[in-house]
Ligand binder design. Structure first.
Ligand code: 26W
Length: 834
């Protein structure tokens, strides 16, 4: 029985009237509620379903082409995807924001209330996870065929509260109000083994083969989230895997009265995707973490192979169908798992399988910090993944033979390159597995990539001089400008035309011409001021503090880490406070220092830095003589949603990491795109931001990476800096005095001692030039018109930091993938009849 539907259904489905109607339809038929009795939860669910309906057509069409057409697909494997709140971004991408607002208000509901109701999925720690989300947005917006593969954590990154100045963590029950955007696919599941043993045998064709008999098997079920492009054809799937028990309930055990035993299997299995590891830049090294990594990698590769074979392709042609990107080492076990699937399951010869594998994979490194380099104890690895350890040994044997052939007699090099670190209990070096198993390796900013070639991966660079290349990070102008800063977006529509949202790289520079226009500058300042009022309102709600939008908003928001040097920022603030105390009439422009960021729960020094910031904030708030000219606020629970309010409200962006430590940074790009000026070191992508705007529009300070390396090599000691800088001594003295810790002078001693004795991140060495630079900021701020012109030029120079530019580079230099030509409407409502 064919279903007849009106020809122009698509157009008619997007009017405010129809949206309002469909909203009521979902409220009634999906939520079982009427307007009067509906809770905000019901309204949010009904509204989300109504918008999702509009995404589904493009989504199914995209999936149809992904699984049927013969073109290469990007598979982005990441243990983290920090996608943020979905409603507002989906409406933006569909161009339905105003129609939805009207449709809801026609029925007496407020879209903003619905949007603020949404709980964002905190499925990531920071930079790496958010970059993955920006890249999915660009892949969909550029019509690049792609699939994101990740983990469906039941609990995301903890939510942060501040109690007595200390960070406290609360479990992130992001699913407590349901997840209206995702489609659960219980029928799309794979089995994943752990433990057990392997058996070698000779197969029917007389070939040496290995069978793996795992001790434990769990199921991975697909949960699909739609990632719509901005007014593009594609809505790509983000497929997240959720662990569940093969046997959810063991009736036999139950009947013996062992009720816990009956559900033990279920608990153990589901534990695999229970929670995101809240560690950033330091190894977790936990067995469960390795299980998470292998679990999502195996589900993803099994799913990709199924789709590949469905296309009638042969296993060895896997790399023709997929360009697989490894987002850091977290999914690196994929190299061994694809080899297992191709050799053990599909019977390929090792050499063929290896060629296919290397052509399929590419690896992105996001950090130089040694403590972030994942290496798994061979014992733990072999126990959990016995077959994969065998495969890694074989990969290593053949690789080191290759090295010996290229560099005879250099056994040191051999052991440095080996996938196995033979020291101590012996470790599997995941970065080496990823490098050997990939056809391309990339860093995430020019300086970072150069440092990769000259430090951590120098031996690989020597071996394969063309394998390491750079793709500087980027951020999506959809979420980070159009969505976060609608006031600026309207001005950009007016001055650049609406194309800027899709073509930021090509259009942003045209803004520079307006820097000379006084009227434009005045409107520019109004927009910034209004955004600062919005942030002040949120700060009041969340901290009770009144911050003054007339003051300079100096903002540092990112994960708390010693290399990011939030405590250098505090040292400057304390010296500034002392200046105001010592010279009450000094002409120091009012400034508000705003911090936000989470510390890994086990990272004591990072938590102490938060306690210092909150301690300074309280003390300064108490000082009537200075508080109208110097305020510090720590905004709890930094996440994507809060970032969207903070970036548009900043005058000054703090990017003050020790040169050579921040791989790239992406917050720096978001601040720049929203007109903040940067104070920063020559680190990560700051170097390219400086190159884009020039010295006159960037506040540069500090040692560069070479000077840092030289100072370290020369045995840098902070003592000298301390002895020669009275301001520094006074500031550290005040911190040690207990002035910021209710008189308890010992509280911050560990922090002060770490600076006086080791100062690994050379805060004392950069303190002087940082403070001098901050004085240049004060001077510049006095000329508001010049500041606005500089702010306009920063936005104009931010085009290259669009994630669209980065994705186009990946497509050209690594994936060899083209945007999809115009997609026919293959699937539609009419195809419902079987
Ligand atoms: C093993 C624990 C662990 C967890 C996460 C180690 C390392 C990570 C990530 C690589 C940390 C991370 O997010 N790195 C950041 O990645 C951003 C995106 O490329 C960069 O912009 C940041 O500079 C980098 O710190």
């Amino acid at each position: 029985m064919a279903i007849t539907i009106p020809r122009n259904m698509a157009e008619e489905k997007t009017s405010a009237e129809v949206l309002g109607h469909d909203f009521c339809h979902h409220l009634y038929y999906s939520q079982g509620k009427i307007g009067r009795t509906a809770s905000l939860y019901d309204i949010h669910m009904a509204a989300s379903r109504t918008v999702r309906d509009r995404i589904l057509h493009r989504w199914m069409n995209t999936v149809h082409h992904l699984v049927s057409d013969d073109f290469r697909v990007v598979a982005y494997l990441s243990a983290e995807f920090l996608i943020g709140p979905q409603m507002s971004n989906n409406l933006l991408c569909l161009g339905l924001t105003e129609a939805a607002r009207q449709g809801l208000s026609n029925n007496g509901f407020d879209l903003d209330a619905v949007i603020s109701q949404e709980i964002e999925p905190g499925l990531g720690n920071g930079g790496l996870g958010r970059l993955a989300a920006c890249y999915l947005d660009s892949l969909a917006s550029l019509d690049i065929p792609a699939i994101g593969y990740g983990i469906h954590y039941e609990f995301g990154l903890f939510s942060q509260a501040i109690a007595d100045g200390w960070q406290v963590e609360q479990a992130d029950r992001w699913l407590r109000m349901g997840s209206p955007w995702e489609l659960l696919r219980p029928d799309m599941a794979y089995e994943v083994g752990f433990g057990g043993h392997t058996t070698a045998y000779t197969d029917g064709q007389g070939r040496y083969s290995v069978r793996w008999e795992p001790a434990q098997v769990i199921r991975g079920m697909a949960c699909d989230l739609p990632i719509p492009g901005y007014q593009s054809q594609l809505t790509i799937p983000l497929r997240l895997w959720r662990a569940e028990a093969v046997e959810a309930f063991d009736l036999a055990t139950y009947n013996t009265g062992d009720y816990m035993g009956a559900v033990l299997g279920k608990i153990k299995s589901e534990n695999v995707t229970k929670v995101l590891y809240p560690v950033d830049e330091m190894e977790a090294g936990k067995r469960l973490r390795l299980m998470q990594q292998f679990f999502f990698v195996s589900c993803s590769l099994q799913d990709m192979l199924r789709i590949h074979l469905l296309k009638g392709k042969t296993p060895e042609a896997f790399n023709e169908t997929y360009a697989v990107q490894l987002n850091d080492t977290h999914p690196a076990v994929a190299v061994a798992e694809l080899m297992r699937l191709l050799v053990d399951t599909h019977g390929l010869a090792w050499e063929q399988a290896w060629e296919t594998t290397r052509k399929a994979f590419a690896f992105t490194n996001h950090t130089l910090l040694p403590e972030a380099m994942e290496r798994w104890p061979v014992g733990m690895f072999g126990k959990l993944l016995p077959r994969h350890l065998e495969i890694i040994y074989e990969i290593n044997r053949r690789f080191l033979d290759e090295v010996r052939a290229m560099r005879t007699g250099d056994e040191d090099l051999v052991s440095r390159l080996s996938l196995i670190d033979e020291s101590g209990e012996r470790y599997v070096r995941m970065a080496h597995l990823a490098c050997v198993g990939s056809h391309a390796i990339n860093g995430v900013a020019s300086l970072h990539t150069e440092l990769l070639k000259s430090t951590v991966l120098k031996d690989f660079h020597a071996l394969w001089p063309d394998k390491i290349l750079n793709v500087t990070n980027g951020v999506t102008p959809r979420r980070w400008v159009a969505l976060s800063n609608p006031r600026l977006a309207a001005l950009l529509d007016e001055s650049l035309g609406t194309e800027w949202i899709r073509e930021w790289e090509a259009t942003s520079s045209r803004l520079a011409a307006y820097a000379g226009d006084a009227g434009f500058r005045a409107r520019w300042r109004e927009i910034k001021q209004a955004n600062k009022f919005s942030l002040a309102k949120v700060a009041k709600e969340r901290t009770g503090m009144d911050i003054d939008p007339a003051s300079l908003f100096d903002i540092q928001v990112k994960r708390i880490h010693e290399y990011k040097r939030q405590h250098l920022n505090v040292l400057h603030i304390v010296s500034r406070y002392l200046k105001l105390k010592n010279e009450p009439h000094a002409d120091v422009p009012p400034r508000t220092f705003i911090f936000a960021g989470k510390a890994a729960p086990s990272y004591f020094m990072a938590k102490l830095i938060i306690r210092l910031i909150t301690g300074v904030s309280v003390a300064l708030e108490k000082d009537k003589a200075t508080r109208d000219r110097l305020k510090v606020a720590f905004l709890p629970n930094f996440n994507v949603g809060l970032g969207q309010i903070i970036y548009p409200a900043a005058n000054l962006s703090e990017q003050i990491s020790l040169a050579g430590k921040e791989a790239s940074g992406t917050g720096n790009m978001k601040f720049m795109m929203n007109g903040a000026l940067t104070i920063g070191t020559l680190d990560g992508a700051n170097v390219e931001i400086l190159d884009a705007v020039g010295e006159q529009d960037f506040f540069l300070f500090g040692l560069d990476a070479h000077e840092v390396a030289k100072a370290k090599a020369a045995g840098y000691s902070p003592r000298g800096c301390f002895d020669n800088d009275p301001i520094l001594r006074e500031a550290l003295g005040l911190i040690s005095s207990g002035f910021f810790s209710d008189g308890d002078g010992s509280l911050f001693q560990p922090l002060v001692d770490s600076l006086l004795h080791r100062d690994e991140y050379m805060l004392l060495a950069d303190f002087g030039s940082y403070c001098a630079c901050q004085e240049r900021v004060d001077a510049a701020w006095r000329d508001q018109d010049a500041w606005s012109a500089s702010s306009i030029r920063n936005v104009a120079g931010s085009g290259r930091f669009s994630s669209d530019r980065a994705i186009r580079e990946y497509c050209r230099n690594i994936w060899d993938v083209e945007p999809m030509a115009s997609l026919g409407d293959e699937v539609s409502f009419r195809d419902c009849a079987a």
